[in-house]
Each structure stands twice: as structure tokens, then as C-alpha cells.
Design a binder for this molecule. Sequence first.
Ligand code: PNW
Length: 447
Amino acid sequence: MTVFPEGFLWGAATAAYQVEGAAVEDGRCESIWDVFCRMPGRVVNGDNGTVATNHYHLLDVDLALMSELNLNAYRFSVSWPRVVDDDGGVNRKGLDFYERLVDGLLDRGIRPFLTLYHWDLPQRLEHQGGWAQRDTALHFADYAQVVHEALGDRVDDWTTLNEPYCASLLGYAAGVHAPGRREPRAAAAAVHHLLLAHGLARKVIDKRVGISLNLYAVDPVNPDDPVDIDAAWRVDGLQNRLFLDPVLLGKYPSDVLGDLAPLGFADHIRDGDLALIGAPLDWLGVNYYTRHRVTGHAGGRTPEWIGAEHLHNVPSGLPTTAMGWEELPDGLFRTLNRLHTEYPRLPIHITENGAAYDDAPDAAGFVEDRDRQRYFEQHLHCVEAAITAGVDVRGYFAWSLLDNFEWAEGYAKRFGIAHVDFGTFARTPKLSGRWYARVAGANALPE
Ligand code: PNW
């Protein structure tokens, strides 16, 4: 048996737009994802999150599911356009939903982890320039205050942003996420304004505050080739250090500042910004899925790295998930160790880890997802090894509680530990979910 520390948190995570549905109910306003989903060709099958998993109406069902899975923590996000209306006023009905959710969690002994921003910017703010505009960060601080006033008495653990990398570079440079812009300069501005939003919101919330970053192991294709070593360092800069350094060290990495200089990145940084962004945090959220294997020579695929278009990601031949992401559990161990040795030490929560596979229910409606179970098992062994090596990991959140709206992949990619039938909205724990419930109940991995 591989036993975890007493009090370890066994959670699952979701995000508002991916699960809630009820897109036009109780005064919810439009978000950039509603608009993006209507743009032809942007989301697989033309899917959208208008109904999603219908979580908004199935809250009690989902709370019972969490209990059935033995979760003692749940990570969710608040939809900004649900709680602030298009005049900037507070939408009480929207807040009521999150109050019922939080009360339901607390009644069941499940600790709420609240994320303020998981990518659903109010469309009215995108009209004004979105994250490319500094004002958006100020609006975010106001919104944080609204949520804090409503839930600050009951929620102890807050995340400002989920994956500012995706919100900025995928949304404003690659254009594969909302708002779908392909403007590298706007993306560079969005990076800084998202981080500023984090810093401003951090000041508003007098609870335990963290941020969830999508971190990657990054390796050179040829570890003896200086060109590949340099390429890996630069990709590490854009994927990891561009966000870790300002938040944990209060400064941008100088090599990344150099790479982003042609995009006017530094023009957005004002006196005092980095002090806000780098104000001490209570914990760090790590979202880990895969690694990048990088070359500076021709070949491979070039992701959305701004300022590094000549760097390429080369498959290693290791197994991949249905997303095409290489499976490398050891990359999680290395990422955790790296945080421990290179940055000020903070308690860490793995706020996302999981995998999509093309699994389907059998005749009895059961999903026997052995590959997903194995993915969790292997990664959890690495989490435990990191803890044994001295890294202060306090909790783990499986992505995701439910099959849901997987952004540009629509409903085609399933990450849930519970299967969702999108015709009936029935939830059925998969094999991985049953396994996870046993692990959570025992606070240990079986041999
Ligand atoms: C995360 N990558 O995004 C998000 O926080 C979730 O909302 C999402 O459903 C989940 O991962 C699965 O995609 C990511 O390119 C987006 O490696 C892209 C990557 C990783 C995570």
C-alpha cells in the first residue's frame, strides 16, 4: 500500500462553462465562449456549452455523486457573466446557485475550492478589448469582490485564475480558444493583464489564495545538441517561467522578456504591477497533463508559442491520450521537484490531472476505462514519490468529475471519472471513478 499523508485532499474538478449549461437562465449574460462557439468551424461538430452536462439543474445529483465517489474536496469555477450583469450590477440569482453549491458541499464534508476565472469572460468586456485591455483586470477585481462578499464566509480556498497561459495564448494568439483572435501583440498584453488581474484579486480575498498554472516538463529532443537545449529552455520560458516567475518571484524571466520584446510586452508593465502580481500566495495549483519534447531544428509541430514560432514539438513514440498528448507521469514528479528546488516553497495542490480516451459504455451502460484508471494510478504514484522526496503536496483533483464540454474539442473528448449520457444526462461512475473512490476512501493506492 502506498499511503498518503493524513488529511490529504481527494478531489475532482470542473469548470462553469464546461458543465453548467443554463446559458440564458436566471439572467446569465453572454461570455466569450458563447460567441466563440457560434463562429463556424471553431468547435468540433459545432458543439457549445449552452446545455453542457446540465449541472446547473442537476446540482443535487452531482453533490450525491461526489459523496458516492468519497471526495473530500471539489474544485469548481464561478461564471463571471452569471454573477455580474451587463450593466456591472450584481445578479443575485446567479450568486444563489453558487451558495447552494457551497452549502451542499459543506453539508457533505466536501471542501470547496473556488476558481474565479476559468475562461468565461463576459462578452461585453471583450467588446471593449478583452484581456488586451488593462481595464479588464480592474473589472476582474470588482467581480472578485462580489464573489468574496457572497461566499467569503464559507469558502476558505480560492483560485484567482485557471491557466492564464491558455486564456492569453490560446485565446488571443493561436485563436483556438475564445475569443478566437490571432493577434500575438494582443496575446502578449493579455498575459500581463491576466497576471495583473490575479494580483488585484489576491488583495481583495482575505482567504487562502492560489493560482492554477498548466505546467509541463520540457525536454530537448537531443540532450547533447545546444540548439535543442536552447529551444527547450525557451519553451520552458513561455510555458512555465513566464507565469511562475512573476507570481512566485515578482519578476519576469529576462530571456522571455527578450523573446516577447518584438510584441511590445514590456510596454504594458507599469510601476507597482510586479509587486502586486508577486505578493505572497498561500498555495500553488499545478495542472499537469503532459510534456513538450522540443527541437530548434525543422520537424515536428509548432504549438501556440508566441515569439518562438521556429521551435517544434516532436513526438517521442510514447503512448498518447485521445488528445494526442504524450503520457509521461514522471514529468509530474519532475515538475513538482522543480517547484520545490527552484521556487519559494508553497503548499501545492494538483488542481488538475487526467486524460481523455475514446471509451464507450458497454451494453449495461458501464465504461470500463482501464487506460484512464492506469493514467491516474501512475500519476498518483509520482505524486506520492514527490511527497516522500519532501514536496509539500496537500491535495489532488482529478480532471474531471464529469464528461463535459471540452472547449474546442466539444463533447467528442471525454475526461470524466463519471460518464455522462448527453441524451438523458445520466451520470454513471466509470471504472476509474470506482477505483478513485476506493483510493480516496483508503487514503492510499492499492499495491
Ligand atoms: C485544461 N495542453 O486545459 C483546462 O483547465 C480544462 O478546462 C480542460 O478541460 C483540461 O485541461 C483538458 O484539456 C488545457 O495543451 C489545455 O496541454 C491545453 C493543454 C492542457 C490543459
